[in-house]
Design a protein around this ligand. Structure first.
Ligand SMILES: [Zn+2]
Length: 150
């Protein structure tokens, strides 16, 4: 699941994505791989954006994100509820498509963060997701193969 699908899922669940809730989702996304408590989210939103988001809104948003399978509760052992965005909700997946055998491999990396920042700065367009495919020859097809022109 990528971020655009997360938003579609929210819409389908009749969950109105307000700027405040969007901040919460984006904070989870920005800090993918970190286990965050509602208080952490509150603090991060405060330092990263001019928007104020109350703890009640954060708790409610987390609850819905957990229900939708976007965010999972993480046990950290300190008794504090912490949450983390699910790996498949993070839009960093790209595809490597072999033009010979048709095999599609996934390749994960934050390749386009700089590009997205530029699109926002230059065009005022807030990129939520992207799709990227690389065409070439896979590791099996590559050795000893003749040049393939596309
Ligand atoms: Zn191949």
């Amino acid at each position: 699941m990528q971020l655009a699908r997360v938003y579609r899922k929210l819409e389908q669940a009749a969950f109105r994505v307000t700027p405040q809730r969007d901040r919460v989702i984006e904070t989870f996304y920005r800090h993918a791989g970190e286990a965050l408590s509602a208080e952490d989210i509150e603090r991060l939103v405060r330092t990263e954006s001019p928007l104020r988001v109350g703890l009640a809104t954060i708790y409610r948003t987390i609850e819905i994100l957990v229900d939708l399978g976007v965010v999972s509760r993480v046990n950290t052992g300190d008794g504090r509820a912490r949450y983390q965005i699910n790996e498949d909700a993070v839009h960093q997946r790209h595809h490597l498509v072999c033009i010979r055998c048709g095999q599609v491999e996934e390749f994960s990396a934050h390749l386009l963060d700089g590009v997205e920042a530029r699109i926002l700065a230059d065009r005022g367009f807030h990129v939520m997701d992207h799709e990227l495919k690389f065409y070439g020859l896979c590791a099996i097809c590559r050795p000893g193969t003749e040049e393939v022109h596309v």
